[in-house]
Design a protein around this ligand. Structure first.
Ligand SMILES: [Fe+2]
Length: 168
């Protein structure tokens, strides 16, 4: 027998957890952009993992593997937060990355240039996350803030590790 719960339209879900509908919508929109940026960075990290050459091959190949695994897991966490806020995620990669701040790799670069590009992307995504973490806290959405703080912890550590590999 069909129940009311089965007829829920996801985008119209009424979530009475103390966050206004306007805030849930606004936060979800920005989370979708961070989700798109996370996919962009995931793909670039993976492409560099495959194509890095030279004396830094092994440390960069291994570090990027750990990082793309974390980024992939993060896409699930970010998307599921949008759903828990009562909204739906973008349904296509094009929709997801339409407003992304980050861009794909255009060519195969040197190991040093790969690190420079990855560091710049991690820094950009942290800036977006910090902005939204403050906004979500102001909207009483402490769960989103907490999630973003955890994501920023990963990205800031990634920046340190990438820089340490090319320091000399
Ligand atoms: Fe691999």
């Amino acid at each position: 027998m069909a129940t009311k719960a089965l007829n829920v339209k996801p985008s119209k879900e009424d979530v009475k957890t103390g966050i206004t509908a306007t805030a849930r919508k606004e936060i979800s929109k920005e989370l979708a952009q961070i989700l798109g940026d996370t996919y962009m960075l995931l793909v670039k990290t993976h492409v560099y993992h495959w194509n890095v050459v030279g004396p830094l091959f092994l440390p960069l190949h291994e570090l990027t593997e750990a990082q793309y695994n974390d980024l992939f897991a993060a896409t699930d966490v970010l998307a599921e937060r949008i759903r828990a806020l009562g909204l739906t995620t973008p349904v296509s990669f094009a929709a997801m990355t339409k407003n992304a701040d980050l861009a794909e790799a255009k060519s195969i670069a040197s190991a040093e240039a790969m690190v420079e590009s990855l560091v710049a992307d991690h820094e950009a995504i942290v800036r977006s996350m910090r902005e939204l973490a403050i906004k979500s806290e102001e909207a009483d959405d402490l769960v989103t803030t907490d999630m973003l703080v955890a994501r920023m912890t990963f990205h800031e550590k990634a920046i340190w590790m990438l820089r340490a590999i090319v320091a000399g």
